[in-house]
Design a protein around this ligand. Structure first.
Ligand code: ZN
Ligand code: ZN
Ligand code: ZN
Length: 137
């Protein structure tokens, strides 16, 4: 069983042909991708199907959605064992103002954020903006 099939099995998602293609695309992309990027890559596929595929991936924790401040939602593959949980899985994202790419800083978790009493964090979106390592060459 290859890595792609294993991800579907682990996250209990039925591996349809389209899902397999989109997942392979996410695996091969180091940077976060938008629906437009995916549409461009799968020219002959229906936009709604692609969108639903992404939605399924996010719901089943195969991928996570990133709001990088550009107004366009981006998607990136989750690490193995990721539950997209505050405190353990959520990591920083970096948006490069030069190449316009958004990357997951998976090893850099979002630090604990103090909230007032009785406030419960369900999701934290922390995007650092600046110049990425490739542009800072
Ligand atoms: Zn995740
Ligand atoms: Zn860059
Ligand atoms: Zn990420």
């Amino acid at each position: 069983m290859d890595a792609i099939e294993e991800i579907f099995k682990k996250n209990k998602v039925k591996p349809t042909a389209m899902r397999m293609l989109v997942l392979r695309y996410l695996v091969n992309n180091k940077n976060a991708v938008s629906l437009a990027n995916i549409e461009e890559h799968f020219e002959n596929s229906d936009r709604i199907t692609l969108y639903r595929t992404l939605k399924t991936f996010v719901e089943s924790r195969i991928a996570h959605q990133i709001d990088d401040g550009t107004g366009i939602a981006k998607y990136a593959l989750c690490a193995a064992h990721c539950n997209c949980e505050v405190g353990t899985d959520l990591h920083l994202h970096f948006h490069c103002s030069n190449c316009n790419e958004t990357v997951c800083l998976t090893e850099h978790k979002i630090p604990h954020i103090n909230l007032p009493e009785r406030f419960i964090a369900e999701n934290i979106n922390l995007v650092v903006k600046g110049v990425c390592d490739k542009c800072n060459g």
